[in-house]
Write a protein that binds this ligand. Structure first.
Ligand code: ADP
Length: 613
């Protein structure tokens, strides 16, 4: 790619990247990220290790037998009395024991039952008026909050805050306190990026209340659930032995804290089950860590650059196959990262790779295609020129061949012989010139031509060129006049300059009807010399005038005129003028004539006498 397209390409990639990052900030993206998160969750069919907790639930039959919610304290006391002999390791109550109830007997019984358990976590709830803490008469080892963190847009619970602060009182989450119960005497060590407890590192950054993504167990292997009524009826203690037991209301009719989860398929999950899943996440250390901003932006940048590199270095099917592979890889990567416990947002990286691929592919298609078409056109013109030259060479060659044959075969009069020899000489010179011109063009355009840097008198150059062109003009009965000539010295290559002026003159003659005039003037304008060649010929329009310096370009009128030409003369003239530090201007009107002006820097008088360096 050339310089300008390269810069454009870089700008395009930068725009794509910024657009992807900006898109990632929108709420639409947040929702999309959340939906993809849920989708990946459901896609992950791996069966986790067996649960180390049990939900001990107050279901409909339990409530019916215990006299409904009004008898909750009694029901709890009964249930916990039955649980104690099963030797659970930790018992957490997802029921707030804050109200003073009239049933003192039941309250006392409940307090006694709690006292008999090895490690008790009670629940606290933050209301508008502050923390609703359990009443002091109930023994406990810790108090944990029971809040989850439903998504503000779709109300799905994907994470819970591990920490909740109100005023000067702070509580850790019930699940975390339950987990701590497993490590007797353990403290929770805090740092800005996470928590450490009993040697276990929890990725929960301090900002936004230390959120922890809950790894919900799949439907095939949920946290086991035993109801109060079941334990009372069957007396089967095994499920509870040395387990963390989360006690809560599971009855559809009574549990108010129900929420959707990534796995819930429209059904909701009761609070105690959410807490049990949070506990499992901690106990099994199967954390899901959200990728940081830097990681996300880094991934997006990497993907954009890769998409850019593909269409920079490759083209055709290779580019498309690689781009498709990159797209697949980006999706597989997010999926793989999720399985490894790292959650990347969907929008930013994927938008960057989709947008990046689409933008760079279109760029390649349009820009590179255009370049290809251009070089194709150039090749065509080149071919045409070669054909033309071959054609042009044929006539001098035929003349040479014919004459030499005649000379060899017949005895010709001396006069005829010398005429033919002269013709052979001039025709072969013409051939040599044609070949030389062609070689010069190639060498000039590749910058290989050696240029002299010597002072020369431009007046002489103009006169010499005119002298050479005069016979051509006369043949067409055209007047070629020098209207003004200001002598001055230029520095450069005299030979080439003569070639340039001669070319302008022959063009003026070639592309003018017989009987018209060609006028030449050379005059100074400050530090510049302006050499004008004006004709009254076929002329050209503005669009054509811009293209005539392109190698092999010929105007339609010139082609129709029947004048021989290759369309390379002016491209050489332009390069010669440029090599001399000047420029060439054209003014032309179709049918009325053209004026070609070379504007060349004049050598300073004081230095004109110096020898060339
Ligand atoms: P050539 O004359 O061999 O075709 P040039 O490079 O000298 O190649 O010129 C390129 C084209 O520019 C010509 O084919 C013609 O169409 C146009 N052109 C050049 N000089 C004139 C002129 N004096 N008047 C009209 N057209 C011109």
């Amino acid at each position: 790619m050339r310089r300008t397209p390269r810069l454009l390409y870089a700008a395009l990639l930068a725009t794509v990247f910024l657009a992807a990052v900006a898109a990632g900030w929108t709420t639409l993206a947040a929702q999309l990220d959340a939906d993809v998160y849920d989708f990946l969750f459901r896609l992950d069919q791996r069966v986790p290790p067996p649960a180390s907790s049990v939900i001990y639930g107050i279901d409909e039959p339990t409530l019916r037998q215990g006299g409904g919610l009004a008898g909750l304290r009694g029901i709890l006391a009964d249930g916990l009395e039955k649980l104690a002999p099963c030797l659970p390791s930790v018992v957490a109550l997802d029921i707030v024991l804050a109200d003073e109830t009239a049933d003192t007997a039941a309250n006392q019984r409940l307090a006694r039952a709690l006292g008999r358990l090895p490690y008790v976590v009670l629940a606290s709830n933050l209301t508008r008026t502050g923390w609703e803490n359990p009443r002091p008469e109930f023994p406990r080892n810790a108090v944990g909050h029971v809040h989850s963190d439903p998504d503000p847009y779709d109300n799905v619970v994907r994470q819970i805050p591990l920490e909740k602060v109100s005023g000067r009182e702070r509580h850790w989450a019930l699940a975390l306190e339950t987990f701590r119960g497993k490590f007797p005497g353990a403290v929770i060590e805090e740092d800005p990026r996470g928590l450490t407890i009993g040697g276990v590192r929890l990725p929960a950054a301090r900002e936004a209340a230390r959120p922890m993504l809950v790894r919900f167990r799949p439907a095939v292997s949920p946290v086991p659930e035993v109801s109060f009524a079941e334990l009372a009826a069957k007396g089967n203690c095994t499920p509870f032995f040395e387990k963390a037991v989360l006690v809560g209301i599971t009855a559809q009719s009574a549990a108010q804290d129900r929420h959707s989860t990534p796995l819930s398929f429209g059904q909701t999950m009761v609070g105690v089950a959410i807490n049990a899943n949070a506990y499992e996440t901690l106990a099994q250390r199967r954390f899901l860590r959200p990728a940081g901003n830097l990681e996300t932006v880094g991934l997006a940048l990497g993907l954009t650059l890769l998409a850019g590199a593909i269409f920079y270095f490759l083209s055709g099917w290779k580019a498309y196959v690689s781009a498709a592979a990159l797209l697949v890889a980006a999706h597989v990567f997010t999926w793989g990262a999720f399985r490894a416990g790292m959650v990347f947002p969907y929008t930013t990286p994927l938008a960057s790779v989709w947008l990046g691929t689409a933008a760079t592919a279109s760029f390649q298609y349009f820009v590179t295609r255009r370049q290809l078409r251009k070089s194709e056109a150039e090749r065509m013109r080149y071919q045409q020129a070669i054909h033309f030259v071959a054609h042009e060479m044929r006539s001098p060659l035929t003349a040479i061949q014919g004459s030499s044959e005649l000379m060899g075969r017949y005895k010709l009069p001396e006069e005829k012989r010398s005429q033919m020899a002269q013709m052979i000489h001039s025709e072969s010179q013409r051939l040599a010139r044609m070949i030389q011109t062609f070689l010069d063009v190639e060498r000039l355009s590749e910058g290989q031509m050696e240029l002299a840097r010597e002072p020369f008198a431009m007046g002489e150059v103009v006169r010499a060129s005119m002298e050479r062109a005069q016979p051509l003009a006369e043949r067409k009965r055209m007047a070629m006049t020098l209207e003004a000539l200001e002598e001055c010295t230029l520095r450069g290559d005299r030979e080439l300059m003569e070639y340039a002026v001669y070319n302008l003159l022959t063009n003026a003659v070639k592309y003018s009807p017989a009987g018209t005039r060609v006028t030449v003037r050379a005059g100074r304008a400050g530090a510049w010399l302006r050499v004008e060649v004006r004709d009254e010929g076929i002329g050209m329009d503005e669009k054509e005038a811009r293209r005539i310096f392109t190698k092999f370009y010929r105007t339609r009128k010139a082609e129709q005129s029947g004048e021989a030409g290759t369309g390379i003369g002016l491209s050489i003239v332009q390069q010669i003028v440029a090599h001399h530090g000047g420029r060439i201007e054209v003014q032309s009107t179709p049918g009325a004539g053209s004026c070609f002006t070379m504007v060349l820097p004049v050598m300073e008088e004081s230095r004109a006498e110096e020898p060339s360096r």
